[in-house]
Design a protein around this ligand. Structure first.
Ligand SMILES: *[C@@H]1O[C@H](CO)[C@@H](O)[C@H](O)[C@H]1NC(C)=O
Ligand SMILES: *[C@@H]1O[C@H](CO)[C@@H](O)[C@H](O)[C@H]1NC(C)=O
Ligand SMILES: *[C@@H]1O[C@H](CO)[C@@H](O)[C@H](O)[C@H]1NC(C)=O
Ligand SMILES: *[C@@H]1O[C@H](CO)[C@@H](O)[C@H](O)[C@H]1NC(C)=O
Length: 509
């Protein structure tokens, strides 16, 4: 069984904020992309079961944002949710614009209901597969998310695929996420899972009185024989890790969280919450229909998850019958559950000599009751509590330099510190950790409560922004503190926080 909860701590690094100038080859002229996003509640039935969702522009998932490396993004948020929100562009480093990171009480106050707020930032180095999502309470679990693709005019793999396809995988709940939160210690089993917002649901399992139709329809991906596709796979789950595969088709991993990798041939891709991968798939099978599948990794879920269905979509070759049921042809190679794709098999495309650590922190992760009997996540005995009246970045601007213990704040005042973070996870559940403002090198993961220093990979490790700490295990990561700001590092499973409005003066303009 897994406990679901949040660990949050953050890094404060402060010198002067400087925006970098993008270095682009091939003569691409960056432009400004203005994107209007209205966050609002809409009644939809993605899998046939009718419920209210928190959506972006009334769509589920929200609209895909596509820009080029070097561009400026103006995300104009209109909050019509009836409650406060904030939007995080996941995977964007926000170099020079830490106030647009979208994390309430670290980078900004929440955007009150019926207000507008514009996030204004550039993406000089963030080419890759990313996403944006509400970073306030559980709104993203209720639907407030979408893909954010930063195309690369200098993509080294550009000539190796013909088309791109976005595949968003998520677990899906028929109830609003807020009640889930209250029960977060009796982990909620999702009702279903979706691929690009679609799946069927057996309505006989819906509570009586609900509005539900069977066979709502699966997502369909069109292949043309012999063409090559870059699938950008994004895991936007609340809890669930998946194995992603397409029957009969091999995949070659080329990107992890925005880092190009050497080609790595696999049949089934493990993907954890908030991670992204690109794979190249060649339509080299006979013209037919095939099943694309996303399987819940049930070992990391409560026992009651055993009955969850395989989430399916259809890969339809041009010329194949339109309504034929594809044959079941799953890959049968076995994979370890609840751990990432072996980070050693993910080799960066460009070899990189990584610097020696100049600082090291070790953190112990535990769940236990606090003094009033509420089970919470603790990082070295401290459970994160945001200051909901005074965002941390604002504190820094106003010259405040000490923080409550419950802020879990670690301050770096030197540019270019090379920081090792060791996490020891005493919880039996795995936890996908995400860093804001940086990518980290994954030095190693393993079982037990001691980091095995002999197993650390400092020779060309993968650099990414989300990696899984195994249950009852450890993870060691390294990053360079060269991006001034206030940056969270946290487990990306749904989090326990409650927020109030803060007064408007907190806004920076
Ligand atoms: C976005 O930021 C740039 C750089 O600071 C500034 O020149 C521009 O006016 C801003 N745009 C908006 C709409 O705020
Ligand atoms: C998404 O991440 C969650 C959380 O770890 C994980 O349980 C789930 O398997 C991931 N989804 C996929 C498709 O891997
Ligand atoms: C966390 O606790 C461990 C064990 O007591 C200790 O070794 C480590 O230094 C602590 N880490 C920090 C950042 O204080
Ligand atoms: C325990 O956690 C609950 C929920 O966050 C909080 O309301 C309560 O104040 C906490 N108790 C202590 C002693 O920190």
């Amino acid at each position: 069984m897994t406990f679901y909860g949040i660990f949050f701590f953050y890094i404060i690094f402060w010198t002067a904020v400087v925006s970098p100038t993008p270095i682009l080859k091939r003569g691409y002229k960056p432009k400004t992309n203005t994107i209007d996003l209205t966050i609002e509640k809409v009644t939809l039935a993605p899998d046939g079961f009718t419920r209210q969702l928190s959506t972006v522009n009334g769509q589920y998932p929200g609209p895909t944002i596509e820009v080029n490396k070097g561009d400026r993004i103006l995300m104009k948020i209109r909050n019509k949710l009836g409650e406060p929100t904030a939007i995080h562009a996941h995977g964007m480093l926000q170099r020079g614009t830490p106030w647009y990171d979208g994390v309430p009480w670290m980078a900004q106050c929440v955007i009150p209901d019926d207000y507008e707020f514009t996030y204004n930032f550039t993406v000089p180095e963030e080419a890759g597969t990313h996403w944006y999502h509400a970073h306030e309470t559980l709104q993203y679990v209720d639907g407030a998310f979408g893909a954010l693709i930063v195309h690369d005019p200098d993509d080294p793999y550009k000539s190796e695929y013909d088309e791109e396809i976005i595949v968003m995988l998520n677990d899906y709940h028929h109830t609003n996420a807020q009640p889930l939160l209250k029960e977060f210690l009796t982990p909620e089993i999702p009702d279903n899972g979706l691929i690009n917002g679609k799946n069927n649901f057996d309505c006989s399992k819906a509570p009586s009185g609900s509005k539900c139709v069977d066979n709502a329809g699966l997502a369909k991906f069109e292949f043309v024989k012999n063409k090559k596709y870059r699938l950008r796979i994004i895991n936007t789950s609340a809890f669930s890790a998946f194995f992603f595969s397409i029957d009969k088709h091999e995949m070659e991993v080329i990107e992890a969280d925005g880092s190009y990798t050497k080609r790595n041939k696999i049949n089934r891709l493990p993907i954890n919450v908030a991670q992204r991968y690109s794979v190249i798939v060649t339509a080299n099978q006979p013209v037919d229909n095939y099943i694309m599948r996303s399987e819940f990794q049930k070992k990391c879920m409560p026992d009651a998850a055993a009955n969850l269905p395989i989430i399916k979509a259809i890969v339809h070759y041009e010329g194949a019958p339109n309504d034929a049921e594809p044959k079941d042809n799953p890959w049968s190679d076995s994979l370890a559950e609840c751990v990432d794709l072996d980070h050693k098999t993910l080799q960066p495309l460009k070899e990189e000599k990584i610097p020696e650590a100049t600082k090291k922190f070790e953190f112990e992760i535990e769940f236990h009751k606090n003094k009033t009997g509420i089970v919470k996540a603790f990082l070295n005995g401290s459970s994160y509590i945001p200051d909901i009246n005074f965002p941390t970045l604002d504190k820094i601007f106003k010259g405040k330099s000490s923080y409550e213990r419950s802020a879990n704040a670690y301050v770096f005042d030197k540019d270019g510190e090379v920081v090792d973070l060791y996490f020891i996870n005493y919880d039996e559940g795995d936890h996908p950790f995400h860093i804001h403002g940086y990518q980290f090198w994954v030095l190693g993961t393993g079982d037990g409560d001691k980091v095995n220093k002999d197993e650390l990979n400092t020779n060309n490790p993968i650099k990414r922004d989300t990696a899984t700490i195994p249950g009852s295990g450890w993870m060691a990561i390294r990053f360079v503190s060269d991006n001034p700001g206030v940056w969270g590092i946290h487990c990306h499973m749904i989090c326990y926080r409650s927020f109030r409005f803060c007064s408007l003066y907190c806004f920076f303009f």
